[in-house]
Design a protein around this ligand. Sequence first.
Ligand code: NAD
Length: 298
Amino acid sequence: MRIGFIGLGHMGGPMAANIIKGGYEVTVFDVHDTATAQLKALGAEVASSPAALAAEVDVVVTMLPGPVQVREVITGTNGVLEAIRSGSTWIDMSTSSPGLGRELAPRFAERGVGQLDAPVSGMAKGAIAGTLQIFVGGEETTYQTARPLLETMGDPARIFLVGPIGAGHTVKLLLNLLWFDHAVAAAEAFIMGSLAGIDIDVLQRALVASPANSHFIEHDINSVFVGDYDESFALRLVCKDLGLAVDMGRDLGVPVEMAALVEQIHRRALRTYGENGGEMLAVKLLEDLTKVSLRRPV
Ligand code: NAD
């Protein structure tokens, strides 16, 4: 079985490497030659376009920045839809728009191609370790067929079918929205605590033991305490995800006032620190404003 993998960045590079380790033959495509060279060294074939890749594989996986690139790679000139084979499957693992997957579904169905959305969480370190959490949208039979492939990239106990096409993207956008809400809320709490004279270690231990605990407060904020804002997930992607979450609220007719505010705070961070800055730089915005540095003494 040959797998085609398109988009070999922070996430896609190690995910494609893990598919090779899992025993599959792999063909890759990326607009950057340096990304494909690393996979070639591991034994992958390199295709000249998404169409050339789709013509020779049983499964096409996309792991692209977002819906703009997914649309281009699938429907553009030399795109996947020009050449994908009947009986094959397209799995979009990018964090993308639920609406785009649903819009493309009839075009894949009429070509006899299966389709799943399967976005992930677990950061670049999870992609390297092959322990990603994967939220799958699509039909049960397509999901069951794809599971062994997904298990080369993710933790088998944390790979879930969450609903029909688009449901995986929906769950992933909700997860990211909540996580970035937590980042902004935690920044406010820790900076106020610090200014009020409470040791950040003591405050963290107290909050972790309280009903206000969260994964962010217990684990993720620790990297901020050593000055690491996690550049493996760029602010341009954070703002894309939060924008898609706000769009979803608009589509569903739900007022998402806090989501919109959290999106704007992250957009401010992007303008301040640059689009490739780390995902937790919204915390630094408040650190810089208040001149409070959330660091543990070394
Ligand atoms: P990235 O920017 O590091 O990688 C994207 C890759 O896609 C790059 O190699 C780029 O050259 C390639 N690309 C862009 N346009 C292309 C095109 N038209 N054709 C072919 N290749 C193209 O991004 P990433 O951090 O690997 O994230 C990928 C996806 O995973 C995003 O949707 C992101 O939101 C999601 N995600 C990222 C993380 C993380 O921690 N980085 C975690 C979970 C999910």
